[in-house]
Design a protein around this ligand. Structure first.
Ligand code: FEO
Length: 404
């Protein structure tokens, strides 16, 4: 039996690391796996907060039994109904049929949709608290962070916020559940950003509202359902979320392109190196023909400059670039500084489409596009340098504004 991990004086971490699934939501690559976190608060009443993916029910049940140590499970709070958290709920209830499910009006409907009629259900609103002995748990609705029924639970005794998907991350929690036990802060923040931008990114105004609701609470720990428990790095993760939810940015360039035979790579590198030489850091370059779009989206959420390049394909944009543009439009990530480039062997036909995209996004175009034909020519090198330098000048001059 694995050891039971304490989150604070009265709470246990019950969670699993998924190193089997390759794509989260069957869509987004998770090369470093995924953690599904649940928590058990022990008081006069014992409260389980969310469950885990159905695949891990057996292991999760053993953790619940060990943490309860023969005591009764009184409540299961549903902060989020998405099946990566509610998947094992039906089976957990078959072992703990006396437990009362604590839901809100929205999650009650979803509960019935997924599991049919459930016997013991307590519907709560933000105005109500749940007394469990030495404390009363509070509930904070956080609609669309990431589904409409999402709520946070706050434990005032331990000053702990249970934040559902918010502040979560891709990746397993290896060796320790707390942020201070990790030595890979930059990787962790990148995976938080990728998770946010991929999963929650289109709901920025809702995330801002939810953050406003909790800003005055004393918080010693933030327990998300994915990734590490935030403790020492709470200021950092709150700052990151402030920026992401507001579609803000920090200085840096993301150059995203695709190529079929490699010719466009030469122009991409020319532009990226020119920006780097002019003082931009970081410069992140992605070739979507071989790298997943989720990484580029994560960085575009974070950095102020974006340059996009595409070959002409069937008289239009390369499909992987079309996918990127559609995902960015859906997430309304703006404002940004913008530039674009492209190619086409006999009829380059992407500049107009990339320009239209920039206008729809209300991004600020910093220079004319560069269009090459079959392969790189000397004059295109000069144009690429000009685009890279113009982008550097914009990035180093300040933050972008919504283009008129
Ligand atoms: Fe981790 Fe929206 O589920």
């Amino acid at each position: 039996m694995e050891p039971i991990i304490k989150v604070n004086n009265s709470t246990y971490y019950l969670g699993v690391n998924d190193r089997q699934t390759r794509f989260f939501e069957n869509l987004w690559p998770i090369p470093h796996g995924m953690a599904y976190n649940s928590y058990l608060i022990k008081d006069e009443k014992n409260v389980l907060l969310d469950t885990v993916d159905i695949t891990y029910t057996d292991r999760f049940l053993r953790q619940i039994r060990a943490a309860l140590a023969g005591e009764k499970l009184d409540y299961i709070v549903i902060n989020h109904m998405e099946p990566d958290h509610s998947g094992s709920l039906g089976l957990i209830l078959s072992h703990y049929p006396e437990a009362t499910l604590v839901v809100n009006r929205q999650s009650k409907k979803m509960l019935e949709g997924y599991f049919g009629e459930v016997e013991h259900v307590l519907e709560v609103s933000e105005k109500e608290t749940l007394p469990i002995g030495s404390r009363e748990l509070r509930f904070i609705t956080a609609p669309m962070v990431h589904w409409p029924e999402v709520m946070f639970t706050y434990d005032p005794l331990e000053e702990t916020l249970y934040s559902a998907d918010a502040f979560g991350s891709y990746g397993t929690v290896d060796g320790g559940i707390f942020d201070y036990q990790r030595s890979d802060t930059e990787h962790q923040m990148n995976e938080c950003t990728r998770y946010y931008s991929n999963i929650v990114g289109m709901y920025g105004p809702f995330v801002q509202k939810a953050m406003k609701k909790v800003e005055s609470l004393p918080i010693k720990q933030i327990c998300s359902v994915h990734g590490s428990i935030w403790q020492e790095r709470i200021p950092e993760i709150l700052r990151l979320y402030d920026q992401l939810a507001a579609y803000g940015s920090e200085p840096g360039l993301v150059l995203v392109y695709a190529t079929m035979y490699g010719h466009l790579s030469e122009l991409a590198d020319t532009i990226a190196h020119a920006a780097g030489r002019a003082g931009v850091t970081p410069v992140k370059v992605y070739n979507l023909a071989s790298q997943d779009v989720s990484y580029a989206i994560g960085d575009i959420f974070r950095y102020s400059g974006v340059i996009i390049g595409s070959p002409t394909y069937n008289n239009s944009l390369y499909p992987k670039i079309e996918e990127l543009l559609s995902k960015l439009e859906m997430r309304k990530v703006s404002p940004r500084f913008y530039g674009h480039f492209g190619t086409g062997s006999w009829n380059p036909n992407v500049a107009g489409k990339l320009a239209d995209f920039g206008e729809r996004m209300k991004w600020t175009t910093v220079a004319d596009p560069v269009t090459m034909l079959m392969s790189m020519a000397d004059d295109k090198e000069a144009e690429g340098v000009r685009l890279g330098e113009a982008m550097a000048k914009a990035i180093l001059s300040g933050t972008p504004e919504i283009a008129k």
